[in-house]
Design a protein around this ligand. Structure first.
Ligand SMILES: CC(C)(COP(=O)(O)OP(=O)(O)OC[C@H]1O[C@@H](n2cnc3c(N)ncnc32)[C@H](O)[C@@H]1OP(=O)(O)O)[C@@H](O)C(=O)NCCC(=O)NCCS
Length: 167
């Protein structure tokens, strides 16, 4: 009898997006810490702290929110959460490792989130982005999201832009 064939190895450098599981929690928390340490210049300290969960805090974030991780060469390099709220999907906590930006990793994470939202029969995905985050603003526009609102001084005195994409 022929032996069962092993799964084909992933090509080196390929990005794989998968649901986060319990084993990923330390790596994902390490990624959030790294990203927000690099980005924090001028950001309100409570905001930066709230985006750097401990493994225990992240485990509680995972209750009710579906998270996806992007892996490259086995390393977690990106993450996003999908929260089903009132029938729509709110995209939360999107980050990509500064070392691998502009390689379509956020785009792949958002594609996975949109696929998940469609399977949940959500008619829309939306997100909130600090107005000062020009990369995230450019990203959501690039991916066909419409800017649909602005909440002034909404989060620790920061303006927040709202983006939505009808599915
Ligand atoms: C915003 C962020 C997630 C983008 O991740 P990324 O993997 O580099 O994004 P992608 O490679 O998928 O970008 C796709 C497109 O978005 C736009 N874009 C992304 N980053 C950009 C930047 N810094 N400047 C201008 N346009 C940008 C471009 O159109 C880009 O396509 P191109 O590279 O062919 O020009 C990343 O910069 C990040 O983690 N920033 C800090 C955390 C953050 O702001 N999170 C979002 C909170 S809502």
């Amino acid at each position: 009898m022929a032996a069962a064939s092993a799964p084909a190895p992933k090509p080196s450098g390929a990005v794989v997006v998968e649901r986060i599981n319990a084993q990923d929690v330390p790596a994902v928390c390490g990624l959030y810490k790294k990203v927000w340490e690099a980005e924090q210049t001028g950001l309100p300290a409570p905001l930066v702290k709230s985006w750097q969960p401990t493994p225990l805090e992240f485990t509680s974030w995972m209750e009710g929110v579906t998270y996806f991780a992007a892996r490259k060469d086995g390393r977690v390099v990106g993450a996003i959460g999908c929260a089903l709220e009132d029938g729509s999907v709110h995209l939360v906590h999107l980050v990509v490792d500064p070392e691998v930006r502009r390689q379509r990793i956020a785009s792949a994470l958002i594609a996975a989130a949109i696929d998940w939202a469609k399977r949940a029969n959500a008619p829309e995905v939306w997100t909130d982005v600090l107005a000062r985050f020009s990369a995230a603003t450019a990203l959501f526009r690039h991916l066909g999201f419409d800017q649909c609102g602005l909440l002034r001084k909404h989060q620790w005195n920061e303006d927040v832009q709202l983006f939505e994409r009808i599915l």
